[in-house]
Design a protein around this ligand. Structure first.
Ligand SMILES: O=C(O)CCC(=O)C(=O)O
Ligand SMILES: [Fe+2]
Length: 429
């Protein structure tokens, strides 16, 4: 059996041609779109601006239109950005045995070094990348499970995530405000599980055939990405557009979880990574994830009507793992399954809280065999004028027949679906 050691792209990338197992089918490979022009329209936002409400407007609009924006003046110091980038590059340059040892100290497997994707064994085609991932908590307890080589790794990581966490909170506060939610809305469970991912994409002999990462939408609340060079592309209005690196800036993108909570006001953006033949590319992603038990659902004020059903983050992840490759399938399982989409009332027609209105005691109940016939007629006439509705008792339909009819109807609806279909299609007309 092949080992991780042999499979790492960084161990053998120096080949003349792309191995077959990395060649994507024509409809998925990037072809000439490896060189799409970088998009000048993806908003670049000054997070340090004094005009906070303008900043909120900018990032909200970007989250609606693109699901992507870039930030500068974000509070993470330049030295830390340079240090985390250098230490990640050093990590990926180490001998493969060291990378494997350093990436497997966590017995729970949450710190992991892998190649292509976490699902290598089941992939039809592999991706041109190696990756190191681990929780982005800087707690002393967890430090022991992180790489000790390069020697500065733990120290740099800790300082970096402490600052990125602050930036993440600031962005989440602004996104919450932009959605009309309280500033603290995303604090706690919804953002409790940040995770770091250091991606390394070695140079590739033919970037038109392969991908660093396939088209996907992140399963996060938001993702904050540091990139050292071009390669990230966003799918917008049917075209791939490049996200140009800005010096000491971060790319922020909206993930599925934010899309669900914002009831699709903010859209997760599909993106992918292309490779290049010139130089290795390194990126460091900081994913803000909820804790497993946290409930994900459209926030109340945005119910209009709710497009997604509630689910725990663990359930969401299960769907994501089985359906991630197919956005349409994913949308189906996330959307309100209690109401099939074609049965869901349009805005203004859904009952909301009105499912529990008090029963009306005023709709007249008329005794059809009452002692005073003309009074009965009066009652019915009044009911028709006032309500257009009335109920009748003492009507001459026997109790037994009523019960029997109700019971056979219930029995019919309780039958297996196939039987109901067969039984209700005997009339050729
Ligand atoms: O490396 C990049 O540019 C993007 C990485 C990414 O999309 C991911 O890890 O989810
Ligand atoms: Fe991503």
């Amino acid at each position: 059996m092949e080992t991780l050691d042999q499979n790492l792209v960084s161990s053998w990338f120096d080949v003349q041609s792309v191995p077959q197992t990395f060649v994507h089918p024509p409809e998925k490979r990037p072809g000439n779109s490896i060189d799409v022009p970088p998009c000048k329209n993806i908003p670049v936002v000054d997070l340090g601006s004094r005009d906070r409400s303008h900043t909120i407007q900018q990032i909200s609009k970007a989250s609606q239109d693109f699901g992507f924006f870039q930030v500068f003046n974000h509070g993470v110091c330049k030295k830390l950005i340079d240090d985390i980038m250098s230490i990640s590059k050093e990590f990926h340059k180490m001998p493969r045995k060291d990378k494997i040892i350093e990436g497997s100290k966590d017995p729970s497997g949450r710190c992991k070094f892998y190649t292509s994707s976490e699902n290598y064994a089941n992939e039809e085609v592999h991706y041109w990348r190696d990756a190191l991932t681990h929780p982005a908590h800087s707690s002393e307890n967890y430090m022991q499970f992180l790489p000790q080589k390069p020697t500065q790794y733990r120290e740099v990581f800790k300082a970096y995530v402490d600052e990125v966490r602050n930036m993440g909170s600031m962005i989440l506060e602004m996104l919450a405000e932009g959605l009309g939610l309280s500033k603290e809305f995303f604090n706690g469970g919804l953002s409790e599980n940040p995770t770091l991912l250091s991606n390394h994409y070695p140079p590739c002999p033919d970037p038109t055939l392969t991908l660093g990462l396939t088209k996907h939408r992140d399963p996060s609340l938001i993702t904050i990405l540091l990139q050292d060079s071009e390669g990230l592309q966003v799918f917008k209005d049917g075209n791939w557009i490049g996200v140009e690196p800005i010096s000491s800036g971060f790319v922020v993108n909206i993930g599925y979880v934010m899309q669900m909570i914002s009831n699709s006001k903010f859209k997760g953006a599909d993106h992918r990574v292309v490779t290049n033949s010139r130089a290795a590319r390194t990126t460091i992603a900081y994913f803000i994830y909820p804790s497993n038990e946290t409930l994900i659902e459209p926030a109340n004020v945005l119910y209009n009507p709710p497009l997604y059903r509630s689910m725990k983050f663990t359930e969401f992840l299960q769907h994501f793992k089985s359906k991630a490759a197919n956005d349409e399938e994913m949308s189906k399982v996330l959307s309100l399954s209690i109401c099939a989409p074609n049965l869901r009332p349009t805005a203004g027609k859904w009952p909301g809280k009105d499912i529990d209105v008090p029963l009306c005691k005023n709709i007249p109940v008329v005794d059809l065999r009452g002692p005073d016939w003309s009074r009965t007629i009066e009652q019915i006439s009044e009911a028709i004028q006032e309500f257009g509705f009335f109920q009748v008792i003492n009507h001459g339909v026997s109790k037994k027949l009523i019960d029997d009819t109700m019971n056979v109807s219930k029995d019919f609806h309780a039958m297996p679906r196939k039987d109901k279909e067969t039984e209700s299609s005997k009339d050729p007309s």
